[in-house]
Every structure is written in structure tokens, then in C-alpha cells.
Design a protein around this ligand. Sequence first.
Ligand code: NAD
Ligand code: IPM
Ligand code: MN
Length: 359
Amino acid sequence: MDQQNSGRKRIAVIPGDGIGQEVIPQAVKVIQASGANVALTDFDWGADHYLRDGVTVPTGGFAMLARDFDAILVGAFGDPRVKTNIHAKEILLGMRFKMDLYANVRPVRLLDAALCPLKDVEPKDIDFVVLRENTEGVYTDGGGVFKQGTPDEIAIQEDINTRKGVERIIRYAFEYCRSHSKLDGSPRSNVLMCDKSNAMTHAGGLWQRVFKEVSGEYSQITAQHMYVDALCMQMIRDPRQFDVIVTNNMFGDIITDLAAGLQGGLGMAASGNIHPGKTSMFEPVHGSAPPIAGKNLANPFGAILTAAMMLRHLGSAREADKIEAAVLEAVRLKKTTQDIGGPLGTREAGEWVVEKVRR
Ligand code: NAD
Ligand code: IPM
Ligand code: MN
């Protein structure tokens, strides 16, 4: 390996569908402007590719990503022309499941009070993270439909929870709490497990037992429990109380859209799909937003903050800091898209951050 390539991180870029194709190019420009030592390779996996030749993931695609790349940056999948959503399932859930990216890390941070729909809430009040189990639960899509189309039709949707799967995400949550501080520098100190064990007793029982056992190993961290319905109410009543939340795949999906609402909407929320030591995947929380796609309306900041999260994961903390600071300034100066109150388009908001990061 020559001098120039040493330490260079290889990133696969998959913009996907809809606004993914608009926000990811902005995130890519920002990465390049940050000076991070990366080599980017584009992949056109998504609805167009699928409709053209029937391929969602080329043969050996996941093995190639794991072998040839240090990280993957993804936009979104979902296209009204693909009614079955099969490509999203095979590409997005395929990466999560087949690459075993078991921790879906979704930070929830309020950059500016003006972005939060709640009154009297300051940025310092919202700085928590949701750790969503990412390889099991109802997302395994086990089950079936019987006697379809008859009055006796039966639909079964299985909820798969393994001891190994539950334990590793709960352990990840305690390790995350121990090793990450809040934005103001204060240490994290609480892990809250969220379930519905009062109604879903079999899966909930396993989560309860494992949580009790693992929390016992972390005497410096307080362990707390909330049912998911109560948690939703608390999240909009008083989000200050949350620190690290760990939950299953389904509840994690739902509560992170709710949490995105606290941050200024889906356009602001970042996420990582992580397996420590393996090639991990980073994507904004939002989807392909078909109604606004192709109109230069989509907020690129969720994708840009996702890029910063990816760079931090790859060891480029200085570049990540620069990007996050530039987005923060853009928000404060209202150099943003319309969804969060600014006058700019997707490209213009991205370009503003690029210029700030380059300086
Ligand atoms: P969505 O996140 O695409 O959109 C929900 C709402 O938020 C819409 O009003 C949309 O306009 C708005 N929004 C989302 N991102 C925005 C942005 N960056 N800037 C401004 N506004 C933004 O969710 P949906 O409408 O439920 O789903 C649309 C499609 O996306 C579906 O096919 C769904 O399955 C898919 N989806 C994919 C992912 C993913 O690939 N990670 C995530 C969620 C949904
Ligand atoms: C997300 C999305 C996906 C999920 C969909 C597109 C399958 O909503 O990343 O939050 O439910 O995980
Ligand atoms: Mn979701």
C-alpha cells in the first residue's frame, strides 16, 4: 500500500430511491469538503435498477460490501412503482440482517429550540439515543397467510426474539452508556429498556430477564424500564428524562420517528446500523418521500449528520466535528430547507454546509 492510500477508508455509496438521490449527493460533497481521507464508490441499487433488470442485490453483493468497504452510506428505498417493496426489503433489510448489523443507533439531539414542537425545550434538554435491535423481532417476517380470501382467513406474523440477539443489544446499550458522553460533556448514566411485556409476555419476559441480568454487571449505570405506550407519552411530555433507550426492532422503528419529531422532523435524524468490527451501514432515518422527490425540497441535514456519524465511526472525529458544527450554524442562521423554516433548496442548503466545512 502506498503512502497516499494508507489509512484511506473505502466507502460504498448507495443513494437508492426518491429523495435519497438528492440528499446523498449533498452528504458526499460535504464529506469531500471535510478533507476526510476516503475513497467513495457509487452503487445504483434501488427501484430503477430493479425495474430495469429484476435485480435487487447482485449475486455476492453483501459479501462484496463486507470485503471491499469500511462503511456504507445509504439514502432510502421505497418507490410507488414497486408495490411489493421487495427491493427495499432485500437491499435495506438485507444489509441489516445478512451483514448482521445488530445495533441500530439513532441519536436524538435538538440543535435549536426553534426546531422543537414542544414549548420551553432547549437544546440541552434533548440529547438521548435509541438503540434499536436490528436483526430480529417481527422484521424477520416469519409467518404466513392461510385460507386467504375466505371468511376464515388467518394471518400470522411471528415475533422472533433470541437470547443471543436480546443480550447483545442490551449489552451494547450499557457499553454505549459507559463510553459515550452527552454533547455538553457530562457522562451518560441511565439505560431504559422499553417493551410491552404486560401484553407480549413471552418475548417481554426474555427481554426483562436479560435486562435484569446484564444491568447487574454495570453498577455505575441506573437501569429503568418503561412500557412502550407510556414511553411515547413521556417522550412528548418530558423528553429531558431520557438518556439511553434500548428496545426491539418494531418499537425502535416507531419511537425513532416520534423522536425525529422532537428534533425538527425526519429531515434532521441520523442513524447507523452497526456491528462492532464489521463493515457498518449509515442512513438517515427518513424514507424516500415520494411526494417531494425530485423537487429540490428535501432536507439534506439528516443525511449530512449521518455522514458525520459515519466518519466518527471510522476514526475521523475532527472531520465529523467540523460537519456537525457547520450544520448547527446553518440551523441557527436559518440556512435550511423549508421543512425547518428556511428559504433554501436541497442543493443550496448542502452547498452552504460545504462552504462552511471547506473553510
Ligand atoms: P418518509 O420518511 O419518506 O416521509 C415521511 C414524511 O416526512 C413525509 O411528509 C416526507 O415528505 C417527510 N420527509 C421525510 N424526509 C424528509 C426530508 N429529508 N426533508 C423534508 N421532509 C422529509 O416516510 P413514508 O412516507 O412513510 O415512506 C415513503 C417511502 O419510504 C416508503 O416506500 C417507505 O417504505 C420508505 N422508507 C424507507 C426508509 C429507508 O429506506 N430507510 C425509511 C422510511 C421509509
Ligand atoms: C426505517 C424504515 C424501515 C424500517 C423500513 C423502510 C423497512 O422505516 O429505517 O426506520 O422499518 O426499519
Ligand atoms: Mn422507520
